[in-house]
Write a protein of this length. Structure first.
Lengths: 275, 355
C-alpha cells in the first residue's frame, strides 16, 4: 500500500501560534513514600523539536511523562506550557491545552473499532451539547462527518485503511502501537509525548514508525518528546537527548556527545573494572 | 429516490454521512417502521385489558431500564438505587400534580428533571468509588430515599401514599388504558431514539471510554467526574420520567413498589437483556415483566385448584427464578438476550445458504 503523500489538514491548517509548544519544567521532584522517583529534574522543549529521554529501567522516564501529563502530581517544582502554569492542572485540561500522549503499555479501548478509538480523541475538538446530540441534529451530523474526514487523513497517513473497522483487541501488537499514535495525533496535540513507541516491534514495524515520526517532526513541525530504549533509533532521529538515572538528570545534549558521556556509559554499563 | 439497500453483500457506502445511520440497511429501517405501525395501529385494539396492562407496564419499565443501561452498561457505574429514582420521579409528579396542580404534560418531564438532580447528588460518590464500593454507596441512596418516601408524611403521604387525578393531555382524558398506551409508547419510542443518538455521539463514546479504561479516557480530554455525573443525570432522568408515567398510570402510589427489590429487578432486566445494548434493555424488561406475571399466575392457579401447600411453597419461587435466570444468562450468554437476537437475525440472513 502506498503511503499518503498529502499532508493531513490538521497540520496544513495550523497557524504558527497553534503550533507553539514551549514546555518548561523546573526542579521537579516526585516521591512515592521513601522512593525518590524524580529528583530536581529540569526539562525544556522548544517548538518543533524532538527531545528524546533515555535512561535505564526505573530511571523515572515514565514518571516524568506522567507528571507532565497530569497523571502524577509532583511534590515540588514548576511546570509551564506556552507560558501558562500547568502544575496543578488535571489530565483532561492538559489534553485540552494540547499535550497528547501515547502509553507504554498501550491504553487503547480494546472492545471498539480503530475508528471509534480515534473518534474518542476528537472529543476535545467536538462542540455540540447534550440536547443536540440526543436528537442528532444537523450540526451534530456535520461535525461528525468533519471529524471522520480528519481521521481518514490520519488513517491514510498511517496506512491503516485496511483495519479501520476492526476491533482493536483483535489487532497484533505492532499495529496497536500505530493505532495509538493515530489516536494521539487525532487529539491535534501541540506537544506529542510518546512513551516507548518502538517497544516490542519487529524491525519493519520500527522502520515504518520511524518514517511516520520523521515525517511528523521534520516535515510538518510536530513537537515531540520521545521516551525510548532502542538506542539506534534514538540516536538517529532525535535532536536532543536527555538522560535520566535514578530520578536524576545526568546530562542533556546532542546524541553524539551524550553517547560518549562517561556517566551515561556508567549508568548503562556499570563501572569499568580493571582486571 | 435512491435504491433501497436491503441485504448488500458488501459495503456500498459512498459518503461518510451514510456511515452515521442507526440502521445499516434499509431492511432494518423498514422492519422498525412496520413494527411501529403494528404497535400503534394493532396492539392496543386487539389486546385484552389484562394484556394491555402488561404491555403498558413493559413500556414504562423499559424507559427506566434503558436509562439504567446507559449508566451500568455504557458508563460502567453500578447503581443499586434505580428503583428509588423511579420512585422519586413518581412522587415528584404526584406531588406536583396534587399540591401544585401542575398539568400532566409538565409534571412528567418535571419528574424526570427532579430525579436527574437527585441522581446527580447520589452520583457524587462515583468520583472516588468504583465497582462494589459504588454499588454500596448507591444502595445507601436507595435506603435513604425509601426512608424519605415513608417518613416525610406531610409531602409523600407516608405509607398511605398519594392518589393522583386522572391525566389529561390538552383536554383529552387519558383515563383509559388504551389511550394511555399511546402516551407511554410515544414517550418510549422518542426516548429510545434519543438514547440511541446519545450513544452514537461524543457522549456515548465518552461513556464507553470511561467504562473501558478511565485512565485513557482522561488522556483523551474527557473530564471523567463530570461525565459520570452526566451519566447519572441522564439515567435518573429516564428513571424519573418513567416513574412519573407510572404514577399517572397507577393513579395512586405508595412507597411499597419503590423498594430495593425494584432496583434489583432493574439490574436483572439489563443483565438478562444485555449490558450495553439499548434493545437489550427492552428485551430484558419484557422478559422480567412476563416472568413476573407467569409466576404470579402459576401461584394463583395452584392456590385455586386446591394445591394450597404447593402454591405457598412456590410463592418465593419468583426470587429463585430471578436468581436462576441471571446466573444462567451470565454463564451461557453473558451478552444477554440482545446477543441471542443478533445470532437469530444473522442466521436468518444467511439462511438457507449458511456456511
Amino acid at each position: 500500500m502506498k503511503a499518503f503523500r498529502g499532508q493531513p489538514s490538521i497540520f496544513t491548517s495550523r497557524s504558527a501560534e497553534e503550533n507553539r509548544a514551549e514546555l518548561e519544567v523546573k526542579n521537579l521532584s516526585l516521591n512515592f513514600g521513601g522512593v525518590v522517583a524524580l529528583d530536581n529534574v529540569d526539562v525544556s522543549v522548544r517548538t518543533g523539536e524532538l527531545l528524546a529521554i533515555i535512561g535505564p529501567n526505573g530511571a523515572g522516564k515514565t514518571s516524568l511523562l506522567n507528571c507532565i501529563t497530569g497523571y502524577y502530581r509532583a511534590q515540588k517544582g514548576t511546570m509551564a506550557f506556552n507560558g501558562q502554569d500547568i502544575f496543578h492542572l488535571s489530565t483532561h485540561h492538559l489534553t485540552g491545552l494540547g499535550i497528547g500522549r501515547t502509553f507504554q503499555n498501550i491504553e487503547l479501548f480494546p472492545g471498539i473499532s480503530v475508528l471509534s478509538n480515534m473518534l474518542l480523541a476528537r472529543h476535545v475538538h467536538t462542540k455540540y451539547g447534550v440536547a443536540s446530540a440526543s436528537v442528532f441534529s444537523r450540526s451534530v451530523k456535520r461535525e461528525e462527518v468533519r471529524h471522520r474526514e480528519v481521521l481518514e487523513e490520519l488513517i491514510d497517513f498511517l496506512e491503516m485503511q485496511a483495519i479501520r473497522k476492526q476491533l482493536v483487541g483483535s489487532l497484533p501488537y505492532g499495529l496497536r502501537k500505530r493505532v495509538e499514535l493515530g489516536r494521539a495525533l487525532a487529539l491535534e496535540p501541540k506537544l506529542l509525548i510518546l512513551d516507548e513507541p518502538f517497544a516490542g516491534m519487529t524491525l519493519e514495524e520500527k522502520e515504518d514508525m520511524v518514517r511516520f515520526l520523521m515525517e511528523l517532526n521534520q516535515a510538518w513541525g510536530q513537537t515531540m518528546i520521545l521516551v525510548e530504549h532502542d538506542m539506534s533509533v534514538v540516536m538517529s532521529i532525535s535532536e536532543r537527548v536527555m538522560v535520566l538515572d535514578f530520578g536524576k538528570k545526568i546530562t542533556e545534549g546532542p546524541p553524539e556527545t551524550v553517547q560518549n558521556h562517561p556517566q551515561v556509559i556508567k549508568a548503562y554499563l556499570g563501572d569499568a573494572v580493571k582486571i | 429516490m435512491r435504491n433501497l439497500q436491503l441485504h448488500p453483500c458488501g459495503n456500498f457506502r459512498e459518503t461518510y454521512r451514510q456511515e452515521l445511520t442507526i440502521f445499516e440497511t434499509d431492511f432494518g429501517r423498514l422492519a422498525t417502521l412496520v413494527g411501529l405501525i403494528l404497535l400503534f395501529a394493532f396492539v392496543p385494539f386487539v389486546s385484552s385489558a389484562y394484556i394491555l396492562y402488561i404491555i403498558n407496564t413493559i413500556g414504562i419499565f423499559a424507559i427506566a431500564a434503558i436509562g439504567l443501561n446507559l449508566l451500568i452498561g455504557y458508563t460502567g457505574q453500578i447503581s443499586l438505587g434505580h428503583g428509588a429514582f423511579f420512585g422519586v420521579g413518581a412522587y415528584s409528579a404526584a406531588i406536583l400534580a396534587t399540591k401544585v396542580g401542575v398539568p400532566f404534560v409538565i409534571a412528567v418531564p418535571a419528574g424526570g428533571v427532579i430525579t436527574a438532580l437527585v441522581g446527580m447528588v447520589f452520583g457524587i460518590p462515583s468520583v472516588r468509588l468504583k465497582h462494589l464500593y459504588l454499588c454500596i454507596a448507591t444502595l445507601a441512596g436507595q435506603i435513604i430515599l425509601d426512608y424519605v418516601f415513608v417518613q416525610w408524611e406531610s409531602l409523600t403521604g407516608g405509607a398511605a401514599g398519594i392518589s393522583i387525578p386522572t391525566a389529561s393531555l390538552f383536554g383529552l382524558d387519558l383515563g383509559s388504558d388504551r389511550i394511555f398506551f399511546f402516551v407511554i409508547f410515544v414517550c418510549f419510542a422518542v426516548m429510545t431514539w434519543m438514547a440511541v443518538n446519545l450513544i452514537r455521539t461524543r457522549y456515548g463514546r465518552a461513556f464507553i471510554a470511561i467504562r473501558d479504561n478511565d485512565q485513557a479516557a482522561e488522556g483523551m480530554g474527557i473530564p471523567i467526574f463530570l461525565y459520570k455525573l452526566l451519566s447519572f443525570a441522564i439515567s435518573s432522568f429516564y428513571a424519573g420520567f418513567a416513574g412519573a408515567l407510572y404514577a399517572y398510570y397507577m393513579m395512586s402510589i405508595t412507597p411499597e413498589p419503590f423498594s430495593l427489590w425494584l432496583s434489583i429487578e432493574y439490574i436483572a432486566m439489563i443483565i438478562i437483556g444485555g449490558l450495553g445494548s439499548i434493545p437489550g434493555a427492552v428485551f430484558g424488561t419484557v422478559f422480567i415483566v412476563v416472568l413476573n406475571e407467569v409466576l404470579s399466575i402459576a401461584t394463583e392457579f395452584l392456590m385455586n385448584v386446591g394445591v394450597t401447600g404447593m402454591g405457598i411453597t412456590i410463592a418465593p419461587l419468583r426470587e429463585f427464578t430471578y436468581g436462576l435466570a441471571i446466573v444462567l444468562f451470565i454463564i451461557f450468554e453473558p451478552k444477554g438476550l440482545a446477543e441471542v437476537w443478533r445470532i437469530v437475525r444473522s442466521s436468518f440472513r444467511l439462511w438457507p445458504f449458511s456456511y
